[in-house]
Design a protein around this ligand. Structure first.
Ligand code: NAP
Length: 251
């Protein structure tokens, strides 16, 4: 889907990778529902940047781990922007960096709730909207996973790495389930990308401190992920489903 008919929900679209994805999609003609949980000024700023450039967007407060919020997010997107044709499952959290032995059960539960349940709840609603089996006109889902899914992230957040491996397995299964119903499902695995997420995990300098882990010897920018997401949602990716695309400077 692309052009004026594309309506895409971007969860966590207010900041970081999600904001770059929202702006990029808007430039390519998508109408964008920008999801967020707390920072309404960041969400409003992203929407403003889109509308000032001539695009259409709406900010919607929705915690992806809450079923009612997810339903309301899609309801608002449909009412304000039109029939939903795309979903970027981008909202994600890590909790504080640390070994598993130092990680609370509360943190683990929250990470699994947001990263896994959030992905499932949003994907389920998107499939109900877009699958031809449910009267939809087709569409595409991109799940934002992480390089952590295969690296495992020892000493940092193995619970988060596990949640992202689940995201990739959901991608594979759902891509097969929906393949005959006009819906493509793919994953993107970013490596170390410069966003506020590292400060939230307790180490704002992490992307630079760890740059020697990366074959390209630098962290990535959110815009370097956004292009891949836009491609996966575009007609150029019409035969691509179930793919897991690494964007990590070689890591
Ligand atoms: P970020 O800068 O921390 O932004 C997170 C976004 O998600 C914000 O818009 C935030 O909204 C929203 N959000 C947080 N919890 C939410 C919830 N429960 N429901 C809905 N929205 C929620 O993160 P980022 O670095 O851009 O990461 C985006 C995605 O990329 C995540 O899935 C992350 O795991 C993945 N990723 C990031 C990196 C990296 O190095 N940055 C690497 C690999 C994968 P509020 O502002 O309202 O809280």
């Amino acid at each position: 889907m692309s052009g004026s008919t594309a309506v895409t929900v971007v969860t966590g679209g207010s900041r970081g990778i999600g904001a770059a994805v929202s702006l990029r999609l808007a430039r390519e003609g998508h109408r964008v529902a920008v999801g967020y949980t707390r920072d309404s000024s960041a969400a409003d700023a992203t929407v403003r940047r889109i509308t000032e450039a001539g695009g259409s967007a709406v900010a919607v407060r929705a915690d992806v781990s809450v079923e009612e919020d997810v339903e309301a997010l899609f309801d608002t997107a449909t009412e304000e922007l039109g029939r939903v044709t795309g979903l970027v499952n981008n909202a994600g959290v890590t909790g504080l960096l640390g070994r598993l032995t130092d990680t609370t059960a509360e943190t683990m539960r929250r990470v699994l709730d947001v990263n896994v349940m959030g992905t499932l709840l949003c994907a389920r609603r998107a499939a109900r909207e877009m699958s031809t089996r449910h009267g939809g006109a087709g569409g595409a889902i991109v799940n934002i996973s992480s390089g952590a899914a295969t690296l495992g992230s020892p000493g940092e957040y193995v619970h988060y790495a596990g949640s992202k491996a689940a995201v990739d397995t959901i991608t594979v299964g759902l891509s097969k389930e929906l393949a005959e119903e006009g819906v493509r499902v793919n994953s993107v695995q970013p490596g170390m990308i410069v966003t506020d997420m590292h400060a939230a995990m307790g180490d704002a300098q992490r992307p630079w401190r760890n740059k020697d882990r990366v074959p390209m010897r630098r962290p990535g920018e959110p815009e370097e992920v956004a292009g891949a997401v836009a491609w996966l949602l575009s007609p150029d990716a019409s035969y691509t489903s179930g793919a897991v695309l690494r964007i990590s400077g070689g890591l």
